[in-house]
Design a protein around this ligand. Sequence first.
Ligand SMILES: Nc1ncnc2c1ncn2[C@@H]1O[C@H](COP(=O)(O)OP(=O)(O)OP(=O)(O)O)[C@@H](O)[C@H]1O
Length: 222
Amino acid sequence: MAAVIAATGVVKTFGEGRAARRVLDGAALHVQPGEVVAILGRSGTGKSTMLNLVGGLDRPDAGTITVAGEPVTGVSERALSRLRRTHIGFIFQFFHLLPELSGEANVLLAGRVRGAAPDAAERGQALIDRLGLRGVARSLPHQLSGGEQQRFAIARALVNDPPVLLADEPTGNLDTRAGAEVLRLLRAGAEEGRAVVMVTHESAAADIADRVLTLRDGRLIP
Ligand SMILES: Nc1ncnc2c1ncn2[C@@H]1O[C@H](COP(=O)(O)OP(=O)(O)OP(=O)(O)O)[C@@H](O)[C@H]1O
């Protein structure tokens, strides 16, 4: 089966001259549909950097990355932005919901971008129901618990039915119970055929993964 995420030879350096630090040095990552991959590693080893490069939030110095067969590297900012909106759902530790919009509006807005799935509005409403958020749909993010905010963020990430979900410490700011629910939802996202990559420090998160990779010396190793 073709990998949904295919990254090879990824190099990323931050800083210049003597301060330059090669954070990624030939990193590779291949993820199949339906697979959950957890990325572990010590602080500062480049886990978030790798996730951001795969998601087209940043560009590598060298290497090739494709998502669902489409190039993430060597493409225009416009093409990259379309790919991010339609092919990738992002989930972050601090949720990143727009603070002035209700949870529901955050989800629906993501379904109204150019290139969004035609049934995104219905999907958004169905996700709000399925994730148990109907009763708080009109609340603003600051009126919601962390677990509720992260569930809205997951609904937002799923609204365009992307083939890839990227989660950076998705349970890092949640209590055990809310964290377990988020992990269950990520797992369910994979069961629906998505490739899921999660950066985590938490063993409970790694436990739901099909594969665990460790970032060390600029590479991802089994
Ligand atoms: N935009 C940037 N500019 C300069 N340095 C950066 C930038 N982004 C990351 N770095 C550096 O690259 C290294 C890797 O950062 P990254 O956030 O990828 O690590 P991480 O493994 O996710 O760490 P943590 O587990 O602490 O979140 C760090 O030394 C960080 O300071």
